[in-house]
Design a protein around this ligand. Sequence first.
Ligand code: CMC
Length: 435
Amino acid sequence: MSTQTMKEGTTSSATITCDGTSVTLPVVRGSEGETGIVIEQLRAKTGMITLDPGFGNSGACRSAITFIDGEKGILRYRGYPIEELAEKSSFLEVSWLLLFGELPTRAQLDGFTAEITRHTLLHENLRRFFDALPTDAHPMPVCAAAVAALATFYQDPETDQTQHDAVIRLLAKMPTLAAYSYKHSTGQPFIYPKNRLDYSSNFLNMMFATPAEDYAVDPVLARAVELLLILHADHEQNCSTSTVRVVGSSRANLFASVSAGISALWGPLHGGANQQVIEMLEHIEAEGGDAQKFVDRAKDKKDNSRLMGFGHRVYKNYDPRAAILKKSCNEVLAKLGIRSRKLEIAMQLEGIALKDDYFISHKLYPNVDFYSGIIYQALGVPVNMFTVMFAIGRMPGWIAQWLEMRKDPETRIARPRQIYTGATNRAYLPIEKRG
Ligand code: CMC
């Protein structure tokens, strides 16, 4: 097969030739210069499909939400660099930006904050839903189940208003669900949300207050949570976001779609990696702290170990979120007066890996999960809640992508094709004649 683009420089179409059949297909160019061959007509015109396991070369949609340049280590939400948003914004401000495309005015942000604050409570029946689950349940499937269960409480037919209400409810209730899933695992009573607290402080309070003891929210911790949520807020067409879009493309409602996204995020190659990183660091610490030995294992193809928190499908350079988190890790730990052996090991691992031929040639750099767990631990967040923190942060991104998908006239139900490799037509054998 040969592919050539016409009109070099100003690519407008591409010709694909296979077995003597040629087809000319349009080429689209995004606002940052990314180009894609539109293959919608490929099968109709040639009978052929494309095969792209893991979708590494397939664009599934046009999107105006998040831009990543993985070669240069650039991440922008709606055009704004992540570094600036991380430094200057609040999580709800970033949520508004992702959902509506612009930074909010003061009045818009105040109105949005008030609306979110009003919807943080869970229906009491939903609160009792947690009792049905085992106390040692991992909080990720608990959250996925609870978010799916929200669909049973809000069943009105989809209109602009009910869609808006669902957006607000999901953003508002996710920290409550997350904190409840933690309280459930500890056997402690649930702590209701408090309207006087901001988004992150409210979450910390629901996590760490008890009926016996108030919890004074440390502003350093609340700001660290805000930062973590902002850095996780969106990341274009990753595994969980694609899941949300795929499920939503069948016109499943927002709660059902996001619940599926939470399940996708749980996997150790995706959001579950932050838990794996801490477990890896604990393992290295327990074995005497030999970072070099672990790097050698991660390179050994006969050993299943990977350097967790390293590598990324899109970033072939330092993940900008990891750079921000590394700095924040040092600052937060210094402010809290914590000396972390795990941070020391993480920095050793990074130092060794970044000079190692294997990691250099494979373009493997720290990703967002490499340093986030160390901050979560400093905040007192238990290890099995790390990925739930990621899910709270990713909520506005999932919702923005779902809304964009729903409004996009190009959206069709997601339904990939396959290259069939199984048996060809064969005669049915009666059971007595088999083997
Ligand atoms: N340690 C050692 N080798 C690695 C690693 C790693 N962390 N990541 C990739 N490689 C190697 C891999 O063995 C393969 O080598 P070769 O070509 O010689 O066979 C090559 O690099 C390409 O790997 P891949 O698995 O084909 O790459 P991918 O784009 O499919 O996977 C990834 C991306 C993130 C799943 C992978 O890098 C990985 O497993 N990293 C560790 C898990 C992790 O940190 N995940 C969090 C990702 S960031 C948060 C998020 O968005 O979810």
